[in-house]
Design a protein around this ligand. Sequence first.
Ligand SMILES: [Zn+2]
Length: 237
Amino acid sequence: MMGHSHALSGVVGWMAVVPLLQGAEVFGVSFDLGSGEIIAGALVCAGAALIPDLDHKNATITQTYGFVTQALGGLLNWLFGGHRNGTHSLLFALLMGAITQGLALWSDLAVQIFVFLLVGIAINGLGFGMDKNRTAAGIINALATAGIVLALYTSGVDYTWMGLAVAFGCVLHFVGDCATSMGCPLLWPFLKYRFSSPMAFETDGKVERNVVTPLLTIAIILFSVYLFPWRDLLPEA
Ligand SMILES: [Zn+2]
């Protein structure tokens, strides 16, 4: 799928699991998700849902931070055996989750920097910053990202779920790619078989643009109505 659809699926995926996670305990992480955590998680998940495509030099994520993401992409492409190979496996999702969770436990500052990077990637992937004037778009993207991360920080968002959200974002990426004809080698490096849906569609084809993207967008609107405490905004009767 295209970066845009992957980013949307990250937002929808996180919003969809919020009601299931609320109050639950997964791998020792207990979930108490307020509006801040819902927004932060949706953006982290959207950014993470683009990570597997770092193995492609023209992908949205690889272009996001210029030289830095291009170099990282080149390294991942080499380590994981080319496009849609190792970075599209469950092992990769597990690895990314473990690395970020380690980061989250190690340093609060590292988490904030990582959240900043992922939110920037998410915003870029969701479609901002794709303007004709790349420099201005880049600056506006950076400012918007900084504003969001700062707002989340000052509202005391708790990132103990960071690793899980990142691994989940990667898995959502695989779901999207398994729905296309090229599929994903989910069990790489143990099995080279590419898992693909029997009703596969073309990447950036009519189905993705006219059905998948609009449906994901509608899902985000519906979940937003359902999840956020809008009623609190109304004056008391
Ligand atoms: Zn992909």
